[in-house]
Design a protein around this ligand. Structure first.
Ligand code: GDP
Length: 312
């Protein structure tokens, strides 16, 4: 097993409006990767028209921030129960989650729904009690509610010892205890680096890239997004797509991207643990595995057509 100490892969899970978009914006601003003249658009992760229309985040999009030389890939998750299957796929790409909870509203149906999925995938959440700047905030009570929720959902002892960070995404600070000095998001970044396991995998094995999302770009067409689960992938490489239906088709990696800030950046190679986007893979769909020529080895597919309306 090779350990990628230079990466952390996380998802932020929350009830809608508890502040995911605002938190990601603040993390981007404070990670200092933006040139000074490059403003972060407001509500950056909600750029999709459909999302604007509905006012909720539908497509999981990726962002990456650098903190002390470590790249934190942040995959956004849908904020609505109807997209439960997508939450699960997204969570398969990460090694840790931030469970974001409004310090006034506390646990809401979607908090429970996404936490249940994260716990069942054996992820150990970091609880972020957000919006502590709100005058009516009741952070201590909310922490108690969350403890109860963990117990109710059958969290194991390890998961129950979740770390807590109190934050205001809007004001851009986080503290480990409520009396702490409210300066910036460093306490949150440090918690992520310390508590989220670095990705692990076999770098010398043959390529396995599990496709967890599809994007579209007007210049390069269909883009497959996923995590390199084994080996490495190179620009220009011939590959095969192991379709989830069981057959195999040929493909070529004509473009390879990693994430930096809000952008996809072209890369020559990506390794086990990296979250990447590739194009040149025309017929690819969610659930397929991209492998080396002659080495088909599909990963299990996470079904998404299950009924997801139940919140229990
Ligand atoms: P999302 O649906 O989880 O992405 O939530 P948003 O980031 O869009 O935030 C929803 C609303 O809560 C917006 O009006 C934000 O301005 C507000 N909000 C987000 N974070 C904070 C915070 O830390 N404090 C306060 N007071 N409001 C916040």
């Amino acid at each position: 097993m090779d350990i990628r100490q230079d990466i952390r892969n996380i998802a932020i899970i929350a009830h809608v409006d508890h502040g995911k978009t605002t938190l990601v914006d603040a993390m981007l601003r404070q990670s200092g990767i933006f040139r000074e003249n490059e403003a972060v658009a407001e509500r950056v992760m909600d750029s999709n028209d459909l999302e604007k229309e509905r006012g909720i985040t539908i497509l999981a999009k990726n962002t990456a921030v650098n903190y002390n030389g470590i790249k934190i890939n942040i995959v956004d998750t849908p904020g609505h129960a109807d997209f439960g299957g997508e939450v699960e796929r997204v969570l398969k790409m990460v090694d840790g989650v931030l469970l974001l909870v409004d310090a006034f509203e506390g646990s809401m149906p979607q908090t429970r729904f996404v936490l249940k999925k994260a716990l069942s995938l054996n992820l150990k959440p970091i609880v972020v009690v957000n919006k502590i700047d709100r005058p009516e905030a009741r952070p201590d009570e909310v922490v108690d509610e969350i403890i109860e929720l963990f117990i109710e959902l059958g969290a194991d002892d390890d998961q129950l010892e979740f770390p807590v960070v109190f934050a205001s995404s809007r004001e851009g600070f986080a503290v480990c205890d409520l009396g702490g000095e409210r300066i910036d998001l460093k306490p949150l970044f440090n918690m992520i680096i310390e508590k989220v396991p670095a990705p692990k995998g076999d770098l010398s094995g043959t390529l396995q890239l599990l496709v967890s999302n599809i994007d579209y770009d007007e210049y390069v067409g269909r883009i497959a997004i996923g995590r390199v689960e084994r080996g490495s992938v190179k620009l220009g490489q011939q590959a095969i797509i192991c379709k989830k239906e069981g057959h195999v088709i040929n493909a070529k990696i004509t473009k390879l991207y990693c994430y930096e800030g809000l952008k996809r950046i072209e890369a020559n190679e990506a390794k086990v643990g990296d979250i990447v986007a590739v194009s040149g893979v025309g017929d690819v769909t969610i659930g397929d595995t991209i492998c080396e020529v002659g080495m088909p080895d599909p990963l299990p597919f996470v079904a998404i057509d299950e009924p997801t309306l139940s919140m229990t």
